[in-house]
Design a protein around this ligand. Structure first.
Ligand SMILES: [Zn+2]
Length: 570
């Protein structure tokens, strides 16, 4: 039994995520976690919301709520949606938790002691009316280049010119509209990542099993131009983790908070502490500290490709720089982008299908199957309603659902709701078992390797093999001449339904549970061999005919959704 720590990139708090976000980290992470648990491994699967920073403050202001209240509400919304999609996190935490405050301050203190933090004086715009420093994008004014009167302090949206706040004519606060602004000197802390370039380079070099996509992104940041640059880790904001050196005050840093990029990945660790404090586990350090039991843990991270630099450089720099034996990532599984119907999913423009909308129209398994079987692994992939309809109708309804329905209904009508006895298995059954064993072996290898699309294709082939067997063996024809032969075919097929439930659980957990329940089977223990698994339900074992597992998507429904989601989200 192995111990596997799995984290999914943590979603930002300011809104509901779209299906492209879901398939880019959380959903494939869930697939892997479910599979590893089924194989009997000890798994800790963590995710959380990323709650600090300017966008959270802006979103809260827009909603007319204090930022802490806004974040608490949005955390619950995201938690409910992740439950709705059956994401099996052992804990869904919050980067604003007290545990993360403590750990982030701890890491900053350790980095300071190691000489890896320097103080930098900068000039920044202060608003007397707002009683705060304003980030560049919080300052508006007239563009010196084109005269547009709502240019932002970082860029003019009209002519796209990059700006500094001091370039703006008649600058004002985007929060209050006040023009009572002043350029003040302020101090910030920088993490000396440049000092750690050699150590990070050696570490990346040691990752010979990582995809080239991942290591090449890391090397680019390490070596392009002047190489890896130091990064600011503090901000003049109210909402965030107060800057402290461990438990000590940090002179000159009063009223400042850590920059969100610094505290967010530390939440991967803090989340484990939250998991223990929530009474779900008893020792989080045995997952995270190599001196406290984590030396045999395999740590796998899932994320979209845009998150790779943070996870290959910035977070490892924090961990290595602390000089403490925290667990570093062993494998990074990264994803390209899912596009939506000829364009991109866009949160800011409300384009595409969002997690709440998806569950309003169809159950989670339909989405899980399509998203995972079309995961953007080697290249970007695209969601179209035609493809979604075709995939659901063919794979789930015609192949899997139809098999379950035909076998159970035929058995009920001829033999009653028990696994029938009599008859012997012949050449067709021997051939089927041999084919399935080869396919299950391949499926396992793809799942171990986190090859999501290949795993889905193999699972589909496993379903198809059963259908083809049933079609060829034709128990409805055999029954007229030789009822014992029909009984043998049906007995094998009912056992196949149970096996399908077990093998399909990581992809479609609700349908899997419904199949197991209908078969009167408990547990989804992984089979040692296909031959043994197909003898699990003996003659005389009772079952029930399940409700329709997957309804087909009609053309009318598809056209209706196509139209509904063509515009922007309101
Ligand atoms: Zn302009």
């Amino acid at each position: 039994m192995a111990r596997i720590l799995i984290t999914s990139a943590i979603p930002y708090i300011n809104g509901i995520k779209h299906l492209g976000n879901l398939v880019g980290s959380q959903l494939p992470a869930d697939l892997f976690a479910r599979y590893m648990r089924q194989r009997g491994h000890e798994v800790l699967f963590l995710c959380a919301t990323d709650e600090h920073g300017t966008p959270a403050e802006l979103a809260a202001a827009k909603a007319g709520k204090p930022v802490a209240e806004y974040c608490a509400e949005m955390w619950q919304v995201q938690k409910d949606l992740s439950d709705g999609f059956r994401l099996s996190f052992d804990h869904f935490g919050r980067s604003s938790s007290p545990q993360n405050h403590k750990l982030t301050q701890h890491f900053a203190g350790r980095l300071a002691e190691a000489g890896l933090i320097r103080e930098v004086s900068e000039e920044q715009v202060y608003s007397h009316a707002d009683k705060r420093f304003l980030p560049d994008r919080y300052i508006e004014g007239t563009c010196p280049n084109c005269g547009y009167d709502r240019a932002r302090g970082d860029q003019c949206e009209n002519c796209t010119k990059q700006l500094d706040p001091t370039d703006l004519i008649d600058p004002r606060s985007a929060i209050s509209g006040s023009t009572d602004l002043e350029v003040r000197e302020t101090k910030h802390l920088y993490l000396r990542q440049s000092e750690m370039r050699g150590q990070l380079n050696d570490w990346i070099d040691s990752k010979t099993d990582w995809p080239i996509l991942t290591t090449s992104i890391a090397r680019k940041w390490l070596n392009d131009g002047d190489g890896l640059r130091d990064r600011g880790i503090t901000r003049d904001l109210d909402w965030g983790i107060p800057v402290k050196k461990g438990e000590e005050e940090w002179p000159g840093m009063e009223g400042k908070v850590f920059y969100v990029w610094f505290d967010a990945p530390i939440e991967y660790i803090a989340c484990a502490a939250e998991w223990v404090d929530a009474g779900k586990g008893d020792d989080w350090e045995r997952w995270w500290r190599e001196d406290k039991g984590a030396e045999d843990v395999r740590y796998v991270q899932f994320m979209g490709k845009d998150n790779v630099p943070f996870h290959t450089l910035s977070f490892p720099a924090t961990i290595m720089g602390s000089g403490e034996p925290w667990k570093l990532v062993d494998y990074i599984k990264s994803f390209n982008y899912l596009n939506y119907d000829g364009g991109q999913f866009s949160t800011s423009q409300g384009r595409g299908v969002f997690m709440d909308q998806a569950l309003e129209i169809l159950p989670a398994d339909y989405w899980r199957w399509w998203l995972l079987s079309h995961a953007p692994e080697s290249s970007d992939s695209e969601f179209t309603w035609e493809n979604f309809q075709a995939s659901v109708n063919k794979d789930l309804a015609d192949v899997l659902g139809n098999f379950v329905s035909r076998v159970t209904k035929f058995c009920r009508s001829k033999f009653g709701e028990v696994v029938p006895e009599g008859g012997e298995y012949g050449d067709a059954e021997v051939a089927l078992v041999a084919e399935l064993q080869g396919r299950v072996d391949a499926y396992q290898a793809h799942m171990e390797a986190m090859e999501v699309r290949k795993s889905a294709a193999e699972l589909r082939a496993i379903w198809v093999a059963g259908n083809e067997y049933l079609q060829a063996a034709a128990p409805w024809a055999a029954y007229k001449e030789d009822p014992d032969r029909a009984a043998a075919i049906v007995r094998l097929s009912l056992n196949l339904i149970r096996l399908y439930a077990v093998l399909s659980e990581p992809f479609i957990p609700d349908a899997s549970a419904a199949m197991l329940e209908a078969m009167g089977a408990t547990g989804a223990d992984w089979p040692d061999t296909v031959g043994e698994a197909l003898a699990a339900l003996p003659a005389g074992h009772g079952f029930t005919v399940p409700d329709v597992l997957f309804a087909k998507i009609t053309d009318e429904a598809r056209e209706g959704w196509q139209e509904k989601f063509a515009g922007q989200r309101g």
